[in-house]
Write a protein that binds this ligand. Structure first.
Ligand code: ATP
Ligand code: MG
Ligand code: MG
Length: 406
């Protein structure tokens, strides 16, 4: 007893456990959408304070964050002002002002992941150049500046050809497919022309899309979550199956490509690596997100450490947690807006009501102020003792739909 009292007296100020949480650092998140909201939910468990910067007064994270600064994460003065109120800056969206993050870093502001990572990733063309330099397998790609260079790419890569916006893409909104040379102009116009920067990718003849969440701590330790299968509909993530049903060899290859890709980027946090699996067993990288991701929502219920908790642990410098699954199988289903306004809410609530009565199902609703077609409004994760049982459970609340359809 005396020994412990003596030890207590000798504790230095910087060894005193933080008063308000597992970390005394205030984490500032650029963006307050559903990912920011789920980061705040994880932070609450650890009593870590999270500030949010988002222009929408009633953004999904607004009601549960420590402090919400209403303003643009793409505005230099606002980001600088926000940084003064936080100890660490991180992101839930990559379309933020990278120049300002770089400037702040030079002034000693702690950005995780690093501004250099955000800069590379927010421009999909730069991202592709970066990963190809690091020997990561990718679909062939080429910058296009005019009709002539687009046609040249078409001749070289063949059709269908994927035309992509370099910046500000999400949920497939920066993608347009040209099935033939005749469709090139309409695909380019659909993306707003050459003004904002376009490039093309060779069509990836994938049999499946896979994704891996990779976590990196401040000490550069890397941990990978189990490989999942992502099923897209009209370029938007529809469902995620965890774990992916593939051979050990494919799972290892996917994990190796994902961790090599993340190792080429700087900073702590979780990163999502989207991959294509081709018929001949090749893995090609589609894109990387420097933040928690839709393909990792399932981790809240199905892994020992969710991607959100992991991201916070990583950026504040706590030890990384166990990413393995604590349930044999899970499926995450995205609730997308089926219609505008009230009718959309009613349709979503029908699915939710059935899901609330489904064994193993957890419903997440993001509290977005407006319902819009194809907008991610919430998600449902179902866990269970086998993928077959989980699929039956999901089909029971979707009724007419089938989880295998793409
Ligand atoms: P996210 O919401 O994941 O950020 P995004 O708008 O950045 O999406 P991508 O990930 O580039 O878009 O593409 C969306 C989907 O389009 C992919 O998941 C895949 O289904 C399809 N796709 C993208 N690139 C190719 C390609 N080169 N070949 C074939 N299909 C592709
Ligand atoms: Mg993307
Ligand atoms: Mg994507």
């Amino acid at each position: 007893c005396r020994a412990s009292m003596e030890t207590d007296v000798s504790i230095k100020k910087d060894q005193i456990p933080p008063a308000h949480g597992l970390s005394e650092k205030i984490v500032g998140v650029l963006g307050g959408g559903q990912l920011g909201r789920m980061l705040c939910q994880a932070a609450s468990q650890m009593s870590i304070k999270v500030n949010i910067l988002d222009p929408l007064v009633n953004c999904p994270a607004s009601t549960i964050c420590h402090h919400h600064m209403v303003g643009s994460f793409d505005n230099s003065t606002t980001v600088e002002e926000f940084a003064k109120r936080c100890d660490i800056l991180t992101v839930e969206i990559e379309h933020v002002d990278a120049d300002t993050l770089e400037k702040l870093e030079k002034q000693g502001v702690d950005c995780q992941p690093k501004a250099s990572t955000i800069r590379i990733i927010q421009d999909k063309f730069l991202q592709k150049v970066h990963f190809s330099r690091h020997g990561i397998p990718l679909p062939k790609f080429m910058q296009i500046d005019d009709e002539e260079s687009a046609k040249k790419a078409g001749l070289e890569f063949g059709y269908p050809l994927m035309v992509k916006s370099r910046r500000l893409a999400y949920d497939g909104r920066g993608n347009a497919v040209a099935k033939s040379e005749q469709e090139l102009t309409s695909a380019i116009n659909a993306l707003g022309g050459f003004g904002h920067g376009l490039y093309v990718e060779q069509w990836a003849p994938f049999v499946k899309e896979l994704a891996v969440i990779v976590a990196r701590g401040r000490d550069n330790s890397i941990l990978c979550y189990p490989v999942v299968e992502t099923v897209h509909r009209e370029n938007i993530c529809h469902i995620v199956k965890a774990p992916a049903n593939e051979s050990w060899k494919i799972l290892k290859l996917a994990t190796d490509v994902a961790s090599k890709a993340v190792a080429s980027l700087e900073g702590a946090g979780v990163f999502a690596v989207e991959l294509f699996l081709t018929k001949d067993g090749q893995i090609l990288l589609n894109e990387v997100a420097p933040r928690p991701h839709n393909s990792g929502h399932h981790t809240i219920e199905s892994c020992y450490t969710s991607q959100y908790e992991q991201h916070l642990r990583a950026v504040v410098g706590l030890p990384l947690g166990d990413p393995s699954m604590k349930t044999p199988a899970s499926i995450m289903y995205n609730i997308l807006g089926e219609d505008e306004g009230e009718r959309g809410f009613m349709l979503a609530h029908e699915v939710i009501r059935r899901a609330l009565c489904t064994p193993g199902a957890s419903v997440h609703w993001y509290d977005k102020p407006d319902m819009r077609k194809q907008r991610k409004m919430g998600h449902i994760t179902v866990v269970g003792p086998s993928m077959g049982i989980v699929e039956t459970r999901v089909n029971s609340f979707l009724k007419e739909e089938n989880t295998d359809s793409t």
